[in-house]
Design a protein around this ligand. Sequence first.
Ligand SMILES: Cc1cc2nc3c(=O)[nH]c(=O)nc-3n(C[C@H](O)[C@H](O)[C@H](O)COP(=O)(O)OP(=O)(O)OC[C@H]3O[C@@H](n4cnc5c(N)ncnc54)[C@H](O)[C@@H]3O)c2cc1C
Length: 850
Amino acid sequence: MSTETPPSRADTVVIGAGAVGCSVAYHLTELGAEDVAVIDQGPLPVTGGSSVHAPGIMFQTSPSKIQTKTAYYTSRLLSDAGVYDEVGGIEVARSEDRMDFLRRRTEWATSYGLPEPQLLSPEEVTEHLPMVDEDEILGGYYSPTDGRVDGIGALQWYMEHSSASFYGNTEVTDLDVEGGEINAVETDQGRIDCERAVIATNNWGYQTGQLAGLDLPIAPVEHQYVVTEPMDELADAETSVGDNTTGLEVPGDRSIAEYMSEGPHQPVGRDQDHSLYFRTHGDALGMGSYNHETLSVDPEAMGKNSEEHQASVRGFTKEHWETPTHRGRDKSAKQAFDELLPATQDVEYEATENGIFVFTPDGMPAVGETAQVDGLWTGLAIWWTHSGGYGRILAEWMENGTPRLPSGPVDTGGIHVRRFEPHAGEKDYFVDRGAKRYEQVYSIVEPRWQPDDHRGLRTSPFYHQQKELGAEFYQSGGWETPQWYESNADLVEKYEDRIPDQDGWQGINRSKIEAAEHLHTRDKVSMFDMTTFSSIMVEGEGSQAFLQRVCSNDMDLETGQVRYSLLLNEGGGILADITVVKLDDEEFMVTTGGGNSPGIHGGHLTDEAPATVSVHVEEGAKSTIGLWGPNARLLLQRCTDADVTNDGFPYFRAKQMYVGDVPVIALRVSYVGELGWELWAPTEYGQRLWETLQEAGEDLGVRPMGGGALSSMRLEKGYRLWGTDIDTDSNPFEAGLPFAVDMDTEFIGKDALEAAREEGIDSKITPLTLDDSTDIMLSGRPVLKDGEAIGYVQAGNYGYSIDKSIAYTYVPTEYAEAGTSVQIQCEGETYDATVRDEPLFDPARERITK
Ligand SMILES: Cc1cc2nc3c(=O)[nH]c(=O)nc-3n(C[C@H](O)[C@H](O)[C@H](O)COP(=O)(O)OP(=O)(O)OC[C@H]3O[C@@H](n4cnc5c(N)ncnc54)[C@H](O)[C@@H]3O)c2cc1C
């Protein structure tokens, strides 16, 4: 620990000395980084950030693998450091729906390797938590390794055990960016020249980003916590409140820091039905609440430490504790606690706060190097629970180019700071979406749940036609994307015998029309709106050589040739799967998915391109239709003079041609396993393209097709979906994509792949089909062999053409042999399933190549 004036130069400056900044600095130096300086505007270690006034409760189970893995890494690290109380965590159910939800939690925990997750009866809950009224609950979920971190103690531990230097009372006032690179960090104590900087300023994340011209979508919100007076029911607990922060400078209300530093002796508890949680602080009880209307804080108005308050604490608003103001809850926090923990009914509160922390629009952290400024990284919107893990991931990423934990590489698609849409940095937008995430934090969110605000923001040129056809829109990357069309309802009757009922939780937000659209596309022809997919134009001298360096496949292409390839990171993890089209000498179109792809994949290509190569990430500049099905050729030929016969336009070739009067780049590829083309047209021609195909194909049965049909069709063919079944946590061999790698070429990640090939892979992606059920398997549910978890469902859907329920999963190679029997647990049921060879549909590829 160091308190003198900051240096005039450091290799790396970490801004913010809270849970995240300290963890990043600790892990960077552990990995060998030298000259790391950590700066905080507040005193050390009690800076006034969220980390020093949070109760530090760590419930590790999450539907997200990376959240669960980072939580477990954090609890092990802090436990070894002696600043973690492994008292266990219990979540109670006060409704049948919540009991089902807790069952789901055991399945996620089993999938992601948390030890001994278990369901408890009401009696078992009260054995651990005697203050809980047994009659109020239906049961509980117990994770024995959950617990609580001593926040201030952990920050001290990091500072003592890291060779980084820490400087308190130093405010960062500007970020000096030149030529798109971070140059220096300006502070009120002087300038620090640097190679790299990390923004770990949490509530101030938006403000810090602004110093570098970035609109980071980080929404601060107030959150309520109270600590009671000592309670008779807890009298057996030892307490040292009053001595915990001796000798430390504590801004604002000292009692909060005092109580937060006092450990629990009983499991930490949650009542998510009422958006509440609790823990003991010695002989006092702490109670936290999301059970109030969201109290958003202006991201530009985060304050400073003062005599009354720490910088990220606001005054307690009693009305939000005592009256029901949360849209989805009928009881206030106080009422619900009074019922669940009757002993708290008349107690006084000795410490209260509206503490502040942050949410992104999708509720996940924002981690990685920013697209706009080289060398400027973020570690934002991370809870104490995950801070150790994300600090490790960030440090590995910065030092070695591969985000990973000691257990292996991790999937970064869902947490990458580059994943946000272009509009996400607009203040009203991200504050609203952050508020929604806060409100939802303990809600039971349905599969395929859709937000109802900020809709209609990004629409394709086909939007009005789609609305007329009764499209059911889902939002993806801000785009309105049809999931199915009511106008196709008549097809359900036609295919009735082939569409099983989907009931219960797995069937929520699904329509039989999706199935009918799937089957119709295999029989006739459909149009799928692909406008949300992105094209990236790569042009200029050296384009081919550049693509060869970033692509795992051979890029020595002829004009008009199309090739599927992967972009890999240094560790061989899959950064993206892309299709490369050679349009002309030194002119290429790279196509990739929508959602987070333009930012992450486009950003990677932009970063790696030499000065002579221009990389232009087009979002919405082209409107695209996937025209797929056995009648696709007949239909297309009616609209074009170009030769679209199999000889004239073979599979995996491209042509620039006209469809009616619309100029298109046509690619003979298909993501559904049918004969067909992707037709990429300039946006302004979109409507005409749609009308042209619709009119020409009427007697051929052309129909619009939505995303629901696409999902099940692509799974039957085993086409991978980045971010779902491939990501940076798998290499191409594990992901069953060796055909997308040419080891005779030179590319980023090749060394790692060579090592992987030599060592041999120990896990492999494989399809499973259910033996005797038509239920749909949900992602994140455990795959078992002889009662032991060997993997989990990456993606599941019904294969209407093969009449089987399909689940894709990675399993240890010894179980990847077709015919191996396994089980899948989903929604409390155990299903028998069998490993299958892929693809499950049309393995000879007759339909796409005919
Ligand atoms: C009431 C409450 C209860 C919570 N309960 C839990 C819980 O039980 N479990 C859990 O896991 N999480 C909990 N959280 C969330 C958790 O506390 C935070 O997510 C976490 O502490 C964030 O860590 P951080 O390092 O990102 O941020 P912080 O600890 O806020 O650190 C950011 C630092 O940046 C510094 N800084 C900002 N701007 C500048 C600048 N310009 N120059 C220099 N320094 C700057 C600040 O002074 C601050 O110290 C809770 C939060 C609150 C508010």
